[in-house]
Design a protein around this ligand. Sequence first.
Ligand SMILES: Nc1nc2c(c(=O)[nH]1)N[C@H]1C(S)=C(S)[C@@H](COP(=O)(O)O)O[C@H]1N2
Ligand SMILES: [Mo]
Length: 526
Amino acid sequence: MDSTTADLVDASTQATSHRSAKLQPAIAGILAALSALATTELIAGVSSAPTSLLSSVASLLIRIMPPAITEFGINTFGTNDKAVLQGSIWLVAILGGAVLGIAAARWFWVGVLGFVGFGLLGMVAGASDPLATTSLAVITAAAAGAVGIAILAWLVGAAESAATSPDTGRRGFLGVAAGIAVGIVATTSIGRALLARTRQMAASREEVILPTADVQAAAPPTGASLGVDGISPLITPNDEFYRIDTALTIPIVDLDSWRLRIHGMVDRPFEMTFDDLLAMPMVEEHITIACVSNRVGGDLIGTAKWLGVPLSEILNRAGVQDGATQIVGRSVDGFTVGFPTETVFDGRQALLAVGMNDEPLPLDHGFPARFVVAGLYGYVSATKWLSDIELTTWDAFDAYWVPRGWDKEGPILTSSRIDKPANGAQVDLNVPTIIGGVAWAPTRGISKVEVQINEGAWLEADMAESISDNTWVQWQLDWTPDTSGGQVIKVRAYDGDGVVQTDRVAPSKPGAATGYHGRSIFIGEI
Ligand SMILES: Nc1nc2c(c(=O)[nH]1)N[C@H]1C(S)=C(S)[C@@H](COP(=O)(O)O)O[C@H]1N2
Ligand SMILES: [Mo]
């Protein structure tokens, strides 16, 4: 090659790398924006949330768009308008990402600002969408923004090194960019596949028609609700019911192939379909369930009306053998509980539940079937997504949480909570106010609740009527503060046998947290 040709070749490579150097920031911005969107898709899929951040953004846009545009959209695209809108969000992300990328190559902070803005928009959209869980939307939007910034930084960096050593740098940039593009496609596909499975499962739940119970629960007596604002509602709505489990993604249960197996130390092991289960005798009961890891005053507790088959019916059908001292409940994802067989026959409510507050079990509360045993913490009794019941001995098996350091037996301890006033609340001097909350000791019931103000005498609170000994009970104390300044309010409850809850302060491991719940408030002049 003579020198002229060499120069020419050199010049042409330089021209291409120059052109691609101009394109690189735009590509960086586009990939960063798409990575952010892919992040929202993945989180939507993994969390099995009923809605995705993108649909929240889409509904926000629909709400704030001039009606003329929305109408045009509906007329033009019919019922696909939301899909079109979501598609448009991807398109806007591509264009916006390109602009951001070009700007970020000169002033990186512009790119950062762009993604922060994108994150904030997502947070506002999620918080204002009644279908979305606000905390999840906020986390999703923050994660998406952070991923966007990280990918932008990575690619802008790669583009810069491409500019300094054009040949190896350009190939380096393309390699990184291609890898990220593959990641975006993979992440989005996984997220969408998971979401589609959740939707499908939700659809099979929609089709379930629950039988009416042979023994229906009486409506709670009117006197069971004090009607005081700020005290926990007597029945916890399903969507406010606490959720605790080890499942990262809600187990997918296909009703057609779901079977419940009863085996181990029984005379007649058998398997049941969901229809078989629904055909068994059903009862309805209000039962309060609680988590052992609830802190004193915490909210990992709730009361629902459960519909289900008494566990005794199932065990009697199988014929429990002598010496079968433990019932093990295993879920489709391998989680296990274990509790004494005698609890099923000692007269308490122990159910294989299929319904919660007049609905099939919600997906995150164990659809299609779960245990609910009055008086036992969830970790030893309340298997959700149940698939297997095994009768064994107490010594032969330790359920999920036992080798992890928790007590093998988990009876719910007598406990009480102040719901109002809130911690740190300011309360007016010389104005009547209400201190109130809930108290529980499932299977034993609550006989008395007492309140103490600033280490004074214990005052007996007014108790609402209780639904049954298996449920929590509301209580209130009418009080007119007559001393200004800081005050500490404490509560304690007595169970149905007249035994007061323990004041011993203990953490929740290995048993449940104990001690009296207290709140600090401030009494001031009006
Ligand atoms: N399959 C399965 N079931 C489970 C758990 C779990 O991790 N996996 N956690 C248990 C615990 S610790 C509690 S407190 C209750 C909570 O039930 P909830 O989420 O319906 O309130 O479910 C129990 N059932
Ligand atoms: Mo729990």
